[in-house]
Write a protein that binds this ligand. Sequence first.
Ligand code: MN
Length: 464
Amino acid sequence: MKALITCVSGVELNRKYNLLTILEGSPVVVESSERTKFNTGEAVDYSGNGLVAISEPKEELYKTLSEAVDSASEGIQRSNPYSIGIREIDEATERMWPKLEHAAKLLLRKLFFSVPIIIRFHNDADGSSGACSLYKSIDLLYEKIGAINSPYWIMHKGISYRKEDAESDTLFFNAYSSYEKPLILMVDFGTSPESNEGIGAIKDKADIIWLDHHPLHDDAECQKLKYYINPWQFSSDSNYTAGTLASIFASILSNADVKEFIYSSMIGDYSDYRVTFDDAMGTAAILDMLTSDPTIIGSSDNISPKELLNAVNGQKRQELLNFANVVLNEVLDNSFKESKRYETQNGIAIYVLDYERVKPESKYPLPGRFSSKFLERLEEKEKSGVIVMVHAGAYISIRSNVSNRAVSIKRAIELASESKPGLIESYGGHEYASSVKVRIKESKPEVITALVNAVKSMDSKEVK
Ligand SMILES: [Mn+2]
């Protein structure tokens, strides 16, 4: 039967071919190893025990296969929007659906044509929840499509796509020669100009699907990508998590059950729509722990969604959960003792914690994420509002639950930066969560004092 060589990988004498052919009316991918050298895009006859070059015009074969892939995709894709039963989420999903379907069609096409695919996900409970759903879904699809190239998964520390990332992805792609462009899928990657250089370096080499839920940014190039999808573009916001977005995207490809990961992503990112039942809380806690410190279960500093799924749903679930709880509670207990408490005239509590004094042996919990947990725990006892500042290295991570508009941590950072010119290197975030980087570690105490004083000045009696 006639087939098109869609992807070649491997070395000269041991080449691997992915072929796309039509069997019983449907497109099928088959794999073959040959010592004879064929090239990507060549038409061949595939008999099951060998490839023979044929003189079929490849354009015609390509057209036939493309049509078959398109109609197969239609048969595979879920037609009605996945609903989770939370009105705001479901309505936003409906608005995003055409764009999600469009992106899913692209992914399916890339799978059929067996191009190399890289999936990068942010190393937190949200990003990894999305990766788990995608893994489950693609795994189910594998049976239908056959010998597709399995995606290469990268847990990505941080939320920008840097030039180095583009270089490493290019190296990966260079090991293949594919008839259609490779694909990169980003999950929970931020929408910031910091990724511009990386995108510029890769966008001609690969198609990009970018699933994010961070606020939009006018100067962010990723927003101009054809397959950039963000709830903010559809009258929703960051409470619609990237894990939810990726899970719902994954649900278009197969009927894998992704509910668990929608819930865990919302818990991980403190979404307003989160439902806090035990199973989902446990999944979020394990994902948070293992993405912070993969060496807790393995020897590598990276972890794949397959390993995460095993951890979350396997025999070790309870053991991992107990470990996470023990570590977290110990760090919390020590933090109460080690932190300094300040108070504004109107009773807002400010806690300053040197994370070095409480950090456990594992990298879990990471200081930034811990600051959110510390705040959550303090909310129970500080009824007039609380702000925490957890510092480690050159970073100060600030969390606030104060809804009084006069007291803004963003404003406090601006004030501190004005009163101590040159000491703060950069800062970012929003009204409830921000982080500050000092230029040199030695000036951190001075910056913290300025931050505490700024909050105090905003909440003095005269203001009220
Ligand atoms: Mn997120």
